[in-house]
Design a protein around this ligand. Structure first.
Ligand SMILES: [Zn+2]
Length: 81
């Protein structure tokens, strides 16, 4: 397990909407058609709470283009200023 920062990995697993730095945006990525859509993380946080784990939300993603709900994932990107 050399070269792996286990503490960093643990932090990422436990990342919640509230711990995500404010200059990051959440994107949803469709496994089926590769469509990428922007999610409103502040809206999600209002609805679900800041302690909601980002990983736990992946199963809720539905593609707005093709409707696929399987194997979709989040991308986290830095917002351009
Ligand atoms: Zn799709």
């Amino acid at each position: 397990m050399k070269h792996i920062d286990i503490n960093q990995a643990k932090r990422n697993i436990r990342a919640t909407l509230g711990t995500l730095e404010e200059w990051y945006v959440l994107l949803g990525n469709c496994y089926a058609c590769e469509h990428i859509g922007m999610l409103d993380r502040w809206e999600l946080q209002r609805r679900l709470g800041r302690d909601t784990r980002i990983k736990a939300l992946e199963v809720m993603l539905a593609c707005t283009k093709c409707g696929n709900r399987q194997f979709n994932g989040f991308c986290i990107a830095k917002q351009k200023r």
